[in-house]
Design a protein around this ligand. Structure first.
Ligand code: CP3
Length: 356
């Protein structure tokens, strides 16, 4: 705490852990902590008149980002936006249809890449960065502000497929048939993401997270080419502009590729999915010397009760003595009872163990 006793930016626990510090109580935030499980989110979304309108209306996007902070006092707020604002800003319009998820007009060949124009992104990125500035003003000083983007591979799966899919077949097919063309798409996404994250940091983001939700469907050679290599370049180029801002990676489903990913990309923190064994999370923190984040099953948070309590305790004990950020292994789902989130936060905060 500062000499005046008020909490300040040096008290941002998430940043401490990302710099390798071990805290007696890990900082906690949850992926999709703002969202449909909260009545106040549903009300603001209705007021905005749609999901993308909500993302592009700074006052309302800031409001929904703050809602879970007010309710639960999380250690970090994540900018309310979506990974698909990047293709949307590049000119490949995205629509979110009620109950159906995102829809884009697919780009399936190299000639169609001319539809993506980096010169067009200013207005939409500007609106999102205005949300970031408002948040930095309105958040408690000790709350870390996380900016984000989607990883090139995961965003490419939507650009090429035109919607979400369980196997990302369209992008995999494009990448196998025309690796040079696919590389051009990946390069556009890397360069645009670096600019976008740089702007978020300028507006006040303390750290940035790169979501690679679909990293787990690739064989190892393609994992190296489309997940690790583009993320490594993204981190390297961003570091040239923002050397002190830590990046958190989230190669969901990476399994045994996670350690190599961390070492080759230079991320300072790594999100671990639900399937990652706690012993492997420990190994990641120790062998790679970075902060690990995760990995409670979002469906266990829906179920609640003793099973949730047991898993929280196991996670806290297993990660004790290592730089750990408490989180889920994937985003909160809409049917999560808000009281289970309160129970989770209380239980994590009650853990306060000084390292042996
Ligand atoms: O609270 C937060 O985590 C911040 C905001 C955030 C959203 N999406 C809001 C959102 C973040 C960080 C994301 C990332 C995102 N978006 C990812 C990567 C992380 C992950 O979940 O794997 C992906 C793959 C997307 C793409 C996306 N956005 C899909 C597939 C969908 C539809 C599925 C769904 O849950 O409806 C979205 C919509 C979306 N993004 C919602 C929210 C709160 C729901 C929209 C609504 O209100 O109807």
């Amino acid at each position: 705490m500062s000499s005046a006793g008020a909490k300040g930016q040096n008290d941002r626990k998430l940043l401490k852990v990302l710099s390798g510090e071990v805290l007696p109580t890990p900082p906690i935030w949850l992926m999709r902590q703002a969202g449909r499980y909260l009545a106040e989110y549903r009300a603001t979304r209705t007021e905005a008149g749609g999901f993308l309108k909500l993302c592009y209306t700074p006052a309302l996007a800031a409001e929904v980002t703050l809602q879970p902070i007010r309710r639960y006092g999380f250690d970090a707020a994540i900018l309310f936006s979506d990974i698909l604002v990047v293709p949307d800003a590049l000119g490949q319009s995205v629509a979110f249809l009620e109950g159906e998820g995102p829809k884009l007009e697919p780009i399936t060949s190299t000639v169609e890449l001319t539809r993506l124009d980096r010169g067009k992104t200013g207005e939409k990125f500007g609106l999102i960065c205005e949300t970031v500035s408002r948040l930095r003003q309105d958040l408690p000083k000790e709350t870390t502000l996380i900016g984000f983007c989607g990883a090139p591979w995961t965003v490419a799966t939507y650009v090429v497929g035109g919607e979400g899919s369980s196997d990302q077949a369209a992008a995999r097919r494009f990448a196998y048939r025309d690796p040079k063309g696919f590389q051009q798409l990946i390069d556009i996404l890397v360069d645009t993401s670096v600019d976008y994250l740089d702007q978020q940091i300028k507006a006040g983001a303390d750290t940035v997270m790169v979501f690679d939700s679909w990293a787990g469907t690739l064989p190892d050679r393609e994992f190296a080419a489309w997940v690790t290599a583009p993320t490594a370049r993204l981190v390297r180029d961003l570091k040239k502009r923002r050397p002190n801002v830590p990046v958190i990676g989230f190669p969901r489903g990476a399994g045994s590729n996670a350690l190599g990913f961390v070492k080759e990309t230079g991320v300072r923190g790594v999100g671990c999915d639900t399937a990652m064994p706690l012993k492997d999370m420990r190994t990641l923190a120790k062998d790679a010397g970075i902060a690990v984040q995760g990995n409670i099953d979002p469906l266990l948070l829906v179920a609640g009760g003793d099973a949730l309590d047991r898993r929280i305790d196991e996670t806290l004990e297993a990660m004790h003595g290592l730089p750990h950020i408490f989180n889920l292994g994937h985003g909160i789902v809409p049917d999560t009872p808000p009281e289970n989130v309160a129970r989770l936060v209380d239980r994590v905060r009650a853990f306060n163990k000084v390292s042996a």
